[in-house]
Design a protein around this ligand. Structure first.
Ligand code: AKG
Length: 274
């Protein structure tokens, strides 16, 4: 079954075969993509209810600290996102078969939380977080799939980036970084920074080679995004490897995502799977 994912401005960005020509063009150009309506409102509600059941403490008003971990233990709906059909073919194109879950965490932010500093970028070169182009197409290091469970974007805040900076030949200027770091409202953010619209149910995919960060969170509702970070088969950004959940039975393909980093003899994520 073909799964069309549309964005009002640009049309279909990905289907069950992966990126469309438009999606591929835009990811290469910008280093990020938002695919809307991937999760139905019911699926979003289920995930949010499971998070509510955890009775997490109120997030601190510190963007770097507004994190929660180990949520794969909270139920199958979180594990189903690991290899959601809409992202698998996209990740195969960006990372190659055999990519692995490098690490994961959730972000929750409340009104009045400040910025997370800009980081990443095409220059200086960062060995685990790269973007380059070869005869096989786009080649990426650590790549993020961020599931938006609450509306994020230019009215609310959230993920922000300098589009195209994954290919930058110069480091990002201090002036932009400092203007971002000092912003307490979205209006104070530098013009160069983009805050993509990420409605609840959408997924934001970006290469960590992109210069990115987080804007002040100005919405009345708390932000909730689930970040699954994937590396190519042979490498790890993190110093430890994530454990599969003990409370949920994973499919064979999901288990394969927890293989440690290596190349030779690695099982395929796309052949002979359940
Ligand atoms: O706000 C975001 O989604 C970006 C978060 C981020 O860059 C990080 O956690 O390192």
């Amino acid at each position: 079954m073909a799964v069309d994912r549309t964005s009002p401005e640009t049309g279909v960005l990905a289907d069950d075969e992966g990126l469309t020509d438009t999606g591929r063009y835009l990811f290469d150009l910008h280093g990020h993509l938002v695919i809307e309506d991937v999760l139905s409102p019911d699926e979003v509600d289920t995930l949010n209810e499971l998070i509510d059941q955890q009775e997490l403490p109120e997030p601190p008003k510190d963007s770097a600290a507004g994190r929660f971990n180990d949520f794969l233990e909270w139920g199958e709906p979180f594990c189903d996102l690991l290899d959601h059909d809409v992202i698998m073919a996209v990740l195969e194109e960006l990372l190659g078969d055999g990519f692995r879950l490098d690490h994961y965490y959730g972000i929750y932010l409340r009104e009045g939380t400040g910025t997370l500093n800009l980081h990443g970028g095409g220059t200086p070169y960062d060995p685990p977080e790269y973007f380059h182009f070869e005869d096989i197409g786009m080649v990426n290091g650590l790549t993020v799939v961020s599931w938006n469970l609450r509306d994020t974007g230019p009215e609310h805040g959230g993920f922000c980036c300098l589009p195209g900076s994954h290919k930058a030949n110069y480091p990002y200027p201090d002036t932009i970084a400092e203007a971002h770091a000092g912003a307490t409202t979205l209006e104070e953010e530098p013009d160069e920074l983009v805050v993509p619209e990420g409605p609840a149910g959408s997924v934001t995919i970006f290469t960590e080679a992109l210069t990115h960060g987080t804007t002040p969170w100005v919405a009345e509702h708390n932000r909730r995004s689930l970040l699954y970070k994937y590396s190519p088969a042979q490498q790890s950004w993190s110093s430890s490897y994530p454990d599969p959940p003990t409370s949920v039975d994973l499919t064979e393909r999901q288990e394969t995502l927890f293989e440690p980093p290596y190349h030779h003899g690695r099982p395929s994520l796309f052949e002979d799977t359940e």
